[in-house]
Design a binder for this molecule. Sequence first.
Ligand code: ZN
Length: 220
Amino acid sequence: MKLSKFVSITGTIHCKTGLRIGGTKEGVPDPGGSENTVIRHPITSLPYIPGSSLKGKIRSLLEMHSSISGAEIAADGKPCGCGNCWVCKIFGSHGMKNKEITRLVVRDGSLTKRSELELRTAQEEKGLNFVEIKSENIINRKTGVAANKGLRTQERVPAGSEFNMNMVLKLFEGDDEEKLIDIVKKGLDLLQKDYLGSSGSRGYGQVEIKDLKVEELPIN
Ligand SMILES: [Zn+2]
């Protein structure tokens, strides 16, 4: 297989609602004391979107929409490994290392400069650790009252925050360039209809992709 070109797919991920991609508490100062922290850069403590989270979500959405991707939904729920569908061509065929190469590289998404500045200001003025702490109650089924003991706290990146999206699609000789780009775009479209991160059924993780740009990168 001969590499013919790189195509860069970039944009801005705008959080329409609070975004929660879970992290660990280790090594990160956590003055809010939330038990459910978001993933952060270990040195700057700034939240980011791991490329693996974004990639995994887009892949799973495309697989679920097999009319778009042609993917086979396995009975065990594992990712498609057929080696022939658009998902396998773009993301690699699961469990069959040599059947299809991974064409899409998804970078970690850092906060845009503007969002970083806003969260730094909120940290200075309100003592927030670059996130909001959201409390959630569990309602007692008999009394209809929120039980205090059921209170849990979750960190999430506040609505309005924006992250840089940066992906590279590797194209090989004989690839249907237009179709491959179109499938990635359809995946991003599905992402906007669904959600990113966790607790989407409770309103988290609604995102909009802004300033989508597709351009060829010089190979040398
Ligand atoms: Zn497949």
